[in-house]
Design a protein around this ligand. Structure first.
Ligand SMILES: Nc1ncnc2c1ncn2[C@@H]1O[C@H](COP(=O)(O)OP(=O)(O)OP(=O)(O)O)[C@@H](O)[C@H]1O
Length: 336
């Protein structure tokens, strides 16, 4: 008896599809007890501990900057997520698994082997890997097998992956380590330097999601937000009000780097495929693409229409799930 699962192993979030349903959608974080070395929590539970741990507990993001930073923690995290799938938990013995795992395209051969071996150790009997932009394109609903160029920009947590795909292959691509995590750090830096306010990662991420913007002339701007943190001069807790325009200023430098990477990839695109992209535009996926005004800003920069995928946080896992259900159709795309 074989069960099928599709995994999007992201630096920020891990998602798993089983029986056509998203059964895991959790931050890629583990909490480890420093003394026993044991993993005491994964996903949401570990995320809630972030920034609030004492010295015996350490929270780790096993995948960072689009690469695997901690092999052991990654494997344990995958293991615990799979074991937690309700339908599999009910079974008498662990079923054999057919898996398609989506990996950041920047990872090395050694890391790829490590992911595969981790999957085999959790009973993966048939394991396929797929690169992120490919899975995103399938998840967006593009027919990647056509002799037609499509440009995908996947802005995740650790990396932004830009790829031109045609005939089931990546024709040219670029991966930059500027994405959601860097945006969050930009906000921390801005608050520290402009407001003398020290804030943690979770607070900065909330600011980004609630009032973050890539441009300073939004059509429907979010309300100003009050931010609490620690005053760097007095050491006392303090509150300041922030506008979305300030966040746009804080993120500007990083967004320029994403724009440059997109322009560079466009300039390397063969002319026939460039003509296709002129007609079809650019597709955005990944959580970072939800930053307000980013689509408009990229469209102004490239003079091309820019579309955001439906439910951008799930486009990659959706595509991974479709590849799993159509293994023979996508056999040339999957890495065995
Ligand atoms: N509404 C939002 N506005 C801006 N950023 C957001 C929003 N929602 C989520 N994000 C950011 O999206 C990022 C996570 O996106 P996603 O889950 O696509 O990344 P990932 O696939 O785990 O990472 P990677 O592709 O680097 O492996 C996080 O940095 C998160 O803060």
């Amino acid at each position: 008896m074989t069960e099928e699962i599709a995994i999007d192993l992201g630096t920020a979030n891990t998602l798993i599809i089983h029986s056509d349903k998203v059964v895991v959608d959790s931050p890629s974080i583990v909490a480890r007890d420093r003394i026993s070395g044991k993993i005491i929590a994964v996903g949401r539970e570990a995320n809630m501990m972030q920034g609030k741990t004492h010295e015996n507990i350490k929270t780790i993001r096993p995948l960072k900057d689009g690469v695997i930073a901690d092999f052991d923690a990654s494997e344990k995290m995958i293991n615990m997520f799979i074991k937690g799938i309700p339908a599999l938990k009910k079974m008498w013995f662990p079923p054999a698994l057919r898996m398609v795992i989506c990996i950041p395209s920047g990872i090395t051969e050694v890391e790829m082997r490590a992911v595969r071996e981790s999957a085999e150790r959790v009973n993966g009997k048939e394991v396929y890997l797929i690169h992120e932009p490919m899975a995103a394109a399938i998840g967006i609903g593009l027919d990647i097998m056509q002799p037609k160029g499509n440009m995908i920009v996947d802005i995740g947590g650790g990396t932004t992956e830009i790829a031109v795909i045609a005939l089931g292959g990546i024709v040219c691509d670029k991966s930059v380590k500027i994405a959601g995590d860097v945006f969050t750090n930009d906000i921390i830096y801005y608050m520290r330097t402009q407001h003398n306010l020290y804030i943690g990662e979770s607070t900065a991420e909330n600011i980004k999601i609630e009032i973050g913007s890539a441009i300073d002339d939004l059509h429907s701007p979010p309300e100003d937000k009050s931010i609490q943190g620690r005053d760097l001069l007095t050491g006392k807790p303090k509150q300041v009000m922030i506008t979305y325009r300030e966040i746009a200023k804080a993120l500007d430098k990083s967004i320029v780097r994403i724009e440059d990477a997109v322009m560079e990839t466009l300039s390397q695109t063969p002319p026939e495929l460039a003509a296709d992209i002129y007609n079809t535009g650019i597709y955005l996926a990944g959580g970072g693409s939800m930053l307000r005004g980013l689509d408009r800003r990229l469209s102004q920069k490239t003079d091309l229409p820019v579309y955001i995928a439906e439910d951008p946080l799930r486009a990659v896992v959706r595509g991974t799930g479709i590849a799993l259900k159509n293994l023979s159709r996508y056999k040339n795309v999957l890495i065995k």
